[in-house]
Design a protein around this ligand. Structure first.
Ligand code: 5RP
Length: 225
């Protein structure tokens, strides 16, 4: 069936709700951050009594989970998360992603690291052949901001300070514009190695296992074997 007139938010809603099929009873769910995940949380609320609880990747998601009285567990109290549901700003065909448009990249990476399975929920506009058109977010310790910006400049991109944004961890964000990302895995390691960087929003090492894509002709699924 075709849905030619669906808006981006309708696609996000459709894909957010479609992720419910991956939620099994008596499991712990990792919950990402963003407007697509907000729809997933609405969906999760309808089956909240069937799950053990959630681990949240941001204060914003925790607030929404609390609103629905969905249990939020402390990350330090769980050994692993059965499944992690999160959005992305860009995703390529290897299911590597750019994340951090909502400044939650560090906590998102922590929950992703704990997850047995990562399901990325995106609308079709996020799927790209090569990562990098979306400015790459980097969470940085505030006193290292200028130093890190100079180091990032050497990589060939244009780092721009995200004015007025403080992360849930009390840090700042630099967004690298105009960066060519030929080797996401290498670049992720290289940027993470700069002193003062907390996390880079490249998810190439811990990429998604499954992508659910909201398209105008329905939900598409890509699974890495
Ligand atoms: C937040 C993220 C989000 O997953 C990403 O920005 C996508 O957000 P949205 O679902 O609102 O388009 O990485 O840090």
């Amino acid at each position: 069936m075709r849905h030619l007139m669906m808006t981006q938010d309708e696609l996000k809603r459709a894909v957010g709700w479609s992720a419910l099929k991956y939620i099994k009873p008596d499991t712990i769910i990792g919950v990402g951050t963003g407007s697509t995940v907000a729809h997933f949380i609405d969906a999760l609320a309808t089956i909240k009594d069937q799950i053990i609880g959630t681990v949240s990747s941001s204060k914003a998601s925790t607030e929404k989970l609390n609103y629905y009285n969905i249990p939020v567990l402390d990350c330090n109290d769980v050994d692993c998360v059965d499944i992690y549901i999160d959005g992305a700003d860009e995703i390529n065909h290897h299911l590597q992603m750019i994340k951090g448009g909502g400044a939650a990249l560090t906590r998102e990476k922590i929950v992703a690291a704990l997850a047995k399975k990562f399901v990325c929920i995106i609308d079709e506009s996020k799927v790209v052949d090569m990562l990098g058109e979306f400015p790459l977010p980097i969470e940085v310790i505030p006193m290292a901001r200028s130093y890190v910006a100079r180091e990032l400049f050497k990589l060939g991109g244009k780092p721009i300070y995200r004015q007025g944004v403080i992360t849930d961890n009390g840090n700042v964000i630099l967004d690298i514009h105009d960066l060519t990302i030929n080797e996401p895995l290498e670049l992720e390691k290289r940027i993470n190695n700069i002193t003062g960087v907390v996390t880079v929003g490249l998810f190439a090492d811990r990429k998604a296992d499954i992508a659910l894509i909201g398209t105008s002709s329905g939900i598409k699924e890509i699974k890495l074997e």
